[in-house]
Ligand binder design. Structure first.
Ligand code: HEC
Length: 253
């Protein structure tokens, strides 16, 4: 009798535990859905950065563009001993290390690890989504970083963009939009949209390289390791069959 009661108690405890866990899971899910809703009724999804980490030419082009366009403000301190970076003109003495006075008091962050922190798709989308906003001291705002401190240096290439009047009109059935659904080009810059896409993809590819210079090599090596494990699996399987042959034979005798 005693025993049975105990068993019942344990069952009761367990079902209470399960209900508690279920409640937590449901709460997490509902918070998630609530967070995804966004205030304006649409959700900005990141655009996929069209990069190929094995394409060294693209990385080099990105490094050159960084040296000439971004390095007047941003540093890349972890890359100061990197050969590829040095060849593109990214050297420690040319980085704005000692600059202390920045426009509006906002210091541009170091971008050495930016691709690891934000992700490549985030940077690609950020670089595309500047738009004109006369209420800002820089005259520029950004869809991803509201009231960003970065000025519109990319507008020279991309052109001027303005917010569209009715972003919901461009949203898909889930209410999701990409940056180009929210802004429109009002003046073309020195690059066509395709050239701008390629250039920003190159810079993003370079920043991805900057964050993890050995990543391509590691991924390459990873395939060899997996290949080795597959070969090893078949060899081990053959060996197992060989051993068990004797065991089975002896059992049959
Ligand atoms: C005129 C100076 C200036 C130039 C040139 C410039 N930036 Fe910036 N950038 C800034 C400032 C300032 C911020 C900080 C924005 C903030 O925190 O609101 C920033 C922020 C960023 C961020 C976001 C950092 C984060 O995680 O919030 C990225 C990515 C970035 N810049 C990339 C670039 C790239 C790539 C280039 C070259 C194409 C470039 N920037 C050129 C000033 C500049």
């Amino acid at each position: 009798m005693q025993q049975r009661n105990k068993a019942k108690d344990v069952g009761f405890e367990r079902s209470r535990m399960m209900r508690f866990l279920l409640a937590i899971v449901l709460i997490i899910f509902s918070v998630q859905i609530w967070a995804d809703e966004g205030q304006a009724g649409y959700e900005l999804v990141l655009s996929k950065a069209p990069i190929n980490r094995l394409d060294m030419e693209s990385i080099k082009r990105g490094a050159k563009f960084f040296a000439t366009t971004c390095m007047s403000c941003h540093t890349l301190v972890y890359l100061r001993y990197n050969k590829l970076a040095q060849e593109a003109g990214i050297t420690y003495d040319k980085m704005p290390i000692n600059v202390t006075t920045w426009p509006n008091g906002i210091k541009p962050p170091d971008l050495s690890l930016e691709a690891s922190i934000r992700g490549v798709d985030w940077i690609y989308t950020y670089l595309h989504s500047f738009y004109q906003d006369s209420s800002r001291p820089t005259g520029m705002n950004n869809l991803l970083v509201h009231n960003t401190g970065m000025s519109g240096i990319l507008a020279a290439y991309q052109g001027d963009q303005a917010l569209v009047k009715d972003p919901m009109a461009n949203a898909d059935f889930r209410g999701q939009v990409e940056w180009y659904d929210l802004v429109q080009l009002t003046r073309q810059g020195t690059m066509t949209p395709e050239q701008f896409d390629t250039t920003t993809a190159d810079v993003v590819n370079f920043l991805s390289y900057a964050a993890e210079p050995y990543r391509a090599e590691q991924e390459h090596l990873g395939w060899w390791v997996i290949g080795f494990l597959v070969v090893l699996f078949f060899m081990m399987y053959a060996l197992k069959r060989e051993y068990w042959k004797d065991v089975k034979k002896r059992k049959a005798e």
